[in-house]
Write a protein that binds this ligand. Structure first.
Ligand code: GTS
Length: 208
């Protein structure tokens, strides 16, 4: 298997954490894609992944899978018991619900702020920018942090009592937030405590 990605970028980090959780990192070859240099928008990469985003997983039969949730589902069902995406119908539904909330309300919101309301990756890579849209998304990210703080007041992880794909997405959202200089407000103690706690997992330790 191959993973096309850009090391250190938030979405690629999601899959790298999932690989480590599943102890599958040594089963993949990482192929670097130069996103700051625009490689992801050139024909060779677009032929593989028409969305022009990283990461993408290439299976040994040539099948390409993009979208971190889809890649995580594949990994989780490829080795051992699924631990990141749930086993029962109810667990799976709740994990997907919270994962999507972490994506829309945090990771994607921060990304939109970064790409629209800041210089982002620079004029060579950024397309049309709309600063007002970016600022709206910044507020969405702030609301998202507050929402997750409330959730974490009642349970140790976003989808209940176990670490899942939803936590990985939110963690990547906070990585991106740090990069975009959006701090977690001091009063969100539950979110901060969760962040400190999951940062100590072997799959996450050292990622900042
Ligand atoms: N929903 C996608 C997923 O789950 O894989 C998002 C992928 C994505 O937006 N990746 C970013 C990308 O390729 C990289 S990251 O900075 O968000 O980690 N961006 C390039 C672009 O031009 O959109």
């Amino acid at each position: 298997m191959k993973i096309y990605d850009t090391e250190g970028f938030p979405n690629p980090i999601r899959v790298r954490i999932a690989l480590k959780e599943k102890q599958m990192t040594d089963q993949v070859e990482f192929i670097p894609v130069d996103v700051p240099g625009g490689e992801h928008k050139r024909d060779a990469y677009l032929k593989k992944n028409p969305t022009g985003t990283v990461p993408a997983l290439e299976l040994d039969d040539g099948t390409i899978i993009s979208e971190c949730t889809a890649i995580t589902e594949f990994l989780d069902h490829s080795s051992g018991t699924p631990v990141l995406t749930g086993e029962t119908a109810k667990q799976r539904a709740i994990i997907h619900m919270m994962q999507r909330r972490a994506e829309v309300g945090l990771l994607d919101a921060v990304a939109a702020y970064f790409h629209h309301a800041t210089p982002g990756l620079g004029p060579a890579v950024e397309g049309i920018q709309c600063a007002q849209w970016g600022e709206i998304q910044l507020q969405r990210a702030r609301d998202g942090m507050r929402y997750f703080d409330d959730v974490l007041a009642k349970q140790p992880y976003l989808a209940g009592d176990k670490f899942t794909m939803a936590d990985i997405t939110a963690f990547a959202g906070l990585i991106f937030a740090g990069f975009a200089k959006i701090n977690i407000p001091e009063d969100l103690v539950n979110l901060k405590t969760w962040h400190r706690r999951i940062s100590q997992r072997p799959s996450i330790a050292g990622i900042e």
